[in-house]
Design a protein around this ligand. Sequence first.
Ligand code: PAF
Length: 286
Amino acid sequence: MRVCRTREEIRAAVRSFRAAGSFVGLVPTMGYLHEGHMELVRRARAGCDKVVVSIFVNPAQFGPSEDLDSYPRDEERDLRMLSAAGVDVVFIPDVAEIYRPGAQTHVEVEKLSRILMGRLRPGHFRGVTTVVAKLFNIIRPDRAYFGEKDYQQLQIIRRMTEDLDFNIEIAGVPTMREGDGLAMSSRNVRLSPQDRAAAPVLNRALVEAERRAREGETVEQLRDRIRAIIKGETRADLRALDIRDAQTLEPVRGRPPRPVVILLAARFGDVLLIDQRVVSSEGELK
Ligand code: PAF
């Protein structure tokens, strides 16, 4: 497995793959890999000739009071995991390699970036789309893999890819969960033991809502039910609960004819966790 730290190195590596006619998959990450990331890598390994993984903790997507400095990092362990998974190239640029002095250009998907999590984390999605657009331009993969756990991020990246005519397929990969249902996330390691024990309440609320949606409950009833379940866990501070059209992320009411996505964000101590589930009156879709 090759490790590239500069744009020139990664471009040359991908150029040689292309020259050999290979189909190139990219898994963009911020490192501190867990099974959720490794599932993206496995999908890429199964679906592409060559697999590139990027590791870059992107300062542009963290707000001034957010956890950039305490974001977990372990490059050696990440590289061991990626090598064992059969990755061909890892791109690990430093901040100066990605954001050069004098840069003034950003990429923003205007409407989708400012709703839902975008309201809680102003500027976050602009940071995500800017770095993902840069990674797409630097690496030029044929397909890129993103987790459905970050549902809004995935929809935003799909929109950006279409709007800016990147000739790249976007593959969404279902959320990986711990045995007790907690969605895998690099942030889980920062939970206190008590908060870790409490956090699966998010999945429990989503599973119950999925069952109730199938029984024909309205969006308003689902919202009340989820709120009540999460309120029952005193360590959870529910920060956002939205039920939206699964494709457009537009608000929905009553008993919607099309699948909806339930999006949750809750704080446990100082750790903000998110989770999601797409449901419909026909049953859970993922
Ligand atoms: O989902 C993430 O880990 C990040 O937002 C991403 C897509 C790697 C961009 O920094």
